[in-house]
Design a protein around this ligand. Sequence first.
Ligand code: SAH
Ligand code: SF4
Ligand code: F3S
Length: 475
Amino acid sequence: MERKTPLISQEALRQQEEISDYLKLWWQNQGITPVAYVETYGCQQNEADSEQIRGILERCGYGLTDTAEGADLVVINTCAIREHAAQRVFGNVGALVHTKRRHPGQKIFVCGCMMGQPEISARMKNSYAHVDGIFSPHHLWQLPEHLYRVLIRHKKAWAVEDSAGAIAEGLPLVRTNRLKAWVSIMYGCNNFCTYCIVPYVRGRERSRLPEDILAECRELIAQGYRELTLLGQNVNSYGKDLGLGLDFADLLGQIAELEGDFVLRFMTSHPRDASHKLFDVMASHDKIAKQFHLPFQSGNDRILKEMNRHYNRAQYLELIEYGRSLMPEIVFTSDVIVGFPGETEAEFEDTLSLIERVRFDALFTFIYSPRPGTPAAKLPDPTPKEEKNRRFDRLLAVQNGISEEKHRAYVGKSFRALVDGRDGDRLTARTDGGRLVRFEGDDSLMGQFVELTVTDSTTWSLVGQISGDGAGRRD
Ligand code: SAH
Ligand code: SF4
Ligand code: F3S
């Protein structure tokens, strides 16, 4: 099979680099070191995109700042997943009128998934005169060109044409964390769940080549990164477009075999393509965290069908059981939507009973939000908002009870955990299962794997202390 995904040519990428170098010089010649502020909404994919945006901006001569106030450039990287996220963006972009007034040279760019929605980007273009440029995720790699247009040619930059998507390898990156790195392994989504906007704004599924991913992982490990998280909207369909006979489980296994002391995570998995083979690979590699984020969305078969999810409740539960049969300690987390159009009380009860059956460690719960242009947005939705809120609260109460019990059951047990930060007078660490543990310790432990015994728990986190000699290394 031929590879379907177009790569952005080296030539085209080089042109962008040349523009970056030109802009850097242009700033230098004015004796200015400009600063940029990048604000990110949405998921890890957007976080990863913002790391590329920062990388490109640095190459264009910008330093980075953590406030829009006084910044020479503001980039707002938006999320379109729910109405609420979109409203916040409009509010915050609107408020930038004032920061720009205080710093007239300021340029404002809006990018990300919302800019992949034609009506939304048109509204941004037509009603927000202080915005200098907008670009959708497909046009991120051309950021130097957009900047050139705005800074040098004094024009507005609009780059929102739709596309199935391509891959730009080797863009510069400024990573925000020095221990934990995102590694995008694929982009886009082909699933078209009926409620979801992502396939419309991020284009078709396209996988990076395994050698590019492995090279990036190797480099990250050599630089001292201790946690790698492989990213994709549906990592389980990795490789389908490459035609190399290599699937996600194979890729995961290959990365887990790289030398070094690191923990490997991945997200997100779609239950339709989550294979037994994937669980087998997880079980046979110590370096792969025993954590699985497996969104189920609904516990009712009719709703799952309406959502176009291509699995049913029984198949979902079978996957969970298979995973637990191989790895009794595996931590499952999930996403769920309450109030999908036409969801009845009885269908909602199926969702409740599924979470009681599976007992996830943590659950991300969302009230259905109609996204214009998606099939579900056209469905009749007779359930009043108050009723949906009531279901949501019920679900949350049940899950909070489960999370609390699960966390309490960890008390007395020991876990290997990566020390990743400080919270007041305590250090914080993440167990392989992704649970947060606070404990007393010295800053020299930062970035180390330690063995922690859990001494206390809350709904959301654990308290622990270093156990034994504290060494959490495997080798
Ligand atoms: N690709 C991932 C995550 C996509 S977005 C996956 O397939 O699991 C993250 C979560 O947002 C989804 O899992 C879903 O629970 C939620 N979500 C997506 N669209 C939504 C909508 N229109 N309304 C409410 N929640 C939504
Ligand atoms: Fe959206 Fe479904 Fe794709 Fe996830 S798998 S991004 S929910 S369409
Ligand atoms: Fe939002 Fe786009 Fe992610 S819509 S959830 S930022 S892929």
